[in-house]
Write a protein that binds this ligand. Sequence first.
Ligand SMILES: C[S@@+](CC[C@H](N)C(=O)[O-])C[C@H]1O[C@@H](n2cnc3c(N)ncnc32)[C@H](O)[C@@H]1O
Length: 334
Amino acid sequence: MPEQEPEPCLPNNLEWPAPDLPYSDTIQELHAVIEKDWDSLRRSACQTAAGRALWKHVIHDPLAEVLAGETYLNSLYEKIKKDTSNNAKEISGVILAVRTLWFDNNLEAAVNSFGGAAQVVLLGAGMDARAYRLSFLKESDVYEVDFAEVLQMKNTIIQAAINSTTECQHLMVAAKSLNRVAGDIKDDNWLEKLQISGFVPQKKTVWILEGILYYLTHSQAMSVLKTIAENCTLTHTILLADFMNKQSTALSSSVFHFYSDWPDQLLPSLGFSDVKLSQIGDPDANYGLLPDPLNLFNKLRSLPRNLQTHPDDGTPCRRLYLVQGSGSPSQVIP
Ligand SMILES: C[S@@+](CC[C@H](N)C(=O)[O-])C[C@H]1O[C@@H](n2cnc3c(N)ncnc32)[C@H](O)[C@@H]1O
């Protein structure tokens, strides 16, 4: 059957929505602290928020602009303007937009498959605002795990935005509960910290590992995945995660470490018997945001996954896999 492509969903090139900068002095001061004191790992939280803010014609995230900060918004907006004026086949930030929509859609399907109520754990939550923006979480308990300073700053910025911007003044948590859990997932005790906050490993849970695994080393990432697989009831677990392949981590070898060229083999080896893998551009992972048939992602996904360089031009095959894993109903519940 031919693939059904959704209608293109890009704004007119000349009308790409500019960032709103509804910043009070307080919010500007808070972002000045982020720029001065945070390392690039922590600041990556603001970068991804900037992506959501600038793709607001497809992602409704009323907090993304205030959480991203002016510097990241302006820098991504300049790249987008350049791409649109050059008629680029892929517009900057498109990976982030597709990734966000893929996680949103699969999170909704996962929560529905659990009867509308679940625990939702975001590891490396950063400036993610799903607990505020997704009404289907109304019966679910959300747990955000990140470094203490990231979560504290996020909370302070959100409160300042509610107090100072008309867009955010009526903003409320849409989830049943929102629990911020300060912790370092490289440490052994992060699951214990989650449990102290009310998380129960045996209950139905959706795990969101979005933009996090590749910041860890191989052994750290494997330890996080094993902790989930070994402590949670897998038939009550749906894991949603993105994985870089080896060539993608080479983009910045000082920042990115863990990769897997075969996450659909790795997760079953840990006990996730049902695994589904998508690549950016696949029918369930493009949302009409990649209308040019010759875009980079379409070129990549037509190539065998074991190829590390493109046979035509020798360019590296950089891939991002979007993966869902769960236990199958036939697995015995311990
Ligand atoms: C690229 S951001 C992604 C944030 C969010 N998941 C999103 O998609 O917008 C990576 C986040 O992971 C957090 N992080 C990185 N290493 C971590 C660790 N060892 N423990 C807890 N959080 C970590 C960073 O602080 C940052 O907020």
